[in-house]
Design a protein around this ligand. Structure first.
Ligand SMILES: [Zn+2]
Length: 338
């Protein structure tokens, strides 16, 4: 009788012990798991906050730019502010008076009605040089794209001619874009047919085949033989395993002139730059150079380049002694590798 009672007690104690141990283990492990979960969650939220803060900063900057306010760091002024200063200085030279019709995406004209009537721009509506001291060549690589029409519209509004180094696309709408570029007085240059570095730079034969393809496509589309080339990655690219002079020789044999750049908008960097950054990059040092060839991209994933373009043009034209021109056979080549 006593024995069975003792056994019953022992069992109960054992069960209690088990429950106690399980409870203790649970109490120890649960907070740790929760803690780890919260840490993971926190880090993901931090990332989201950083991303959103970046977005807000970008929005604020483009807002500031259009309002003509100083940038956050107080160092660099927006195109509007710079233009206003040069107008106050009466230092904007002019050989032609333009209707400073401004892009729909800027509220500049509405905010500055006086400026839009009184601004005297230096530019050459027909793409011929006016002999200005600082020649600026805006170049757009990788098109045609969904933005080509927008870029052409902006250039048209300012009466500015540029250069498009295009790749091979043969849809009807792309053919129309090649034509529009030429018909509106811009320079249509080649940027390879495929834009696949490994294929183009594989051998002289593959380079020649690609060059034939883009030459034929553009000649058939526009009736004009393209005369200018920009190497994908530039003549100084580190992708080609072959000496770039082999490909340069092929271009030379055909009388095709290649151009690199000495100003980069930076829009090819992995992350999407703000329009403000592109404006600053694209106009850097122009007043100190005779010839500036500005690298930009005409590409679906570069919306901020299009957004920045009106401000880029305005800022360049507001610098004393500048003009914006399309590349022609008269243009002094800018090259990384001769
Ligand atoms: Zn490219």
């Amino acid at each position: 009788m006593n024995e069975s009672k003792n056994t019953g007690n022992a069992k109960r104690v054992a069960r209690l012990k088990k429950i106690l141990v399980i409870t203790l283990v649970f109490l120890l492990i649960f907070p740790n798991i929760t803690c780890i979960f919260m840490l993971v969650k926190q880090s993901s939220l931090e990332k989201q906050i950083n991303y959103l803060a970046g977005e807000i900063a970008d929005l604020k900057l483009s807002g500031d730019m259009k309002m003509g306010r100083l940038s956050d760091d107080g160092r660099l002024k927006s195109a509007d502010a710079l233009l206003r200063i040069s107008l106050e200085d009466e230092s904007v030279p002019g050989s032609a008076v333009a209707d400073a019709g401004l892009g729909d995406n800027t509220s500049y004209a509405e905010e500055n009605p006086l400026l839009s009537d009184e601004v005297v721009w230096t530019f050459s509506a027909d793409g011929d040089s006016t002999g200005a001291a600082h020649k600026v060549y805006l170049t757009f690589d990788d098109g045609p794209s969904a933005y080509t029409d927008d870029i052409l519209d902006i250039l048209d509004k300012y009466g500015v001619k540029a250069t498009f180094f295009v790749v091979g696309k043969d849809s009807e709408s792309d053919i129309e874009l090649y034509k529009r570029i030429v018909n509106e007085g811009h320079t249509l240059g080649m940027h390879s047919y495929s834009h696949v570095y490994s294929k183009i730079y594989q051998s002289e034969d593959s380079f020649t085949e690609d060059l034939d393809n883009i030459t034929t496509l553009l000649t058939d589309a526009t009736g004009e033989t393209p005369l200018f080339y920009r190497f994908p990655g530039g003549s100084s690219n580190s992708v080609s395993k072959l000496d770039m002079h082999r490909f340069i020789n092929i271009l030379n044999d055909r009388g095709i002139t290649y151009f690199d750049w000495n100003v980069s908008s930076g829009d090819a960097s992995g992350e999407l730059l703000s329009a403000y950054s592109i404006l600053i990059n694209s106009t850097r040092g122009i007043e100190s150079r005779d010839v500036s060839v500005v690298l930009m991209h005409d590409s679906l994933d570069k919306p901020t380049t299009v957004e920045a373009l009106p401000d880029i043009i305005e800022k360049i034209l507001s610098i004393e002694g500048t003009e914006i021109l399309p590349i022609t056979s008269e243009t002094e080549p800018v090259r990384h590798v001769e």
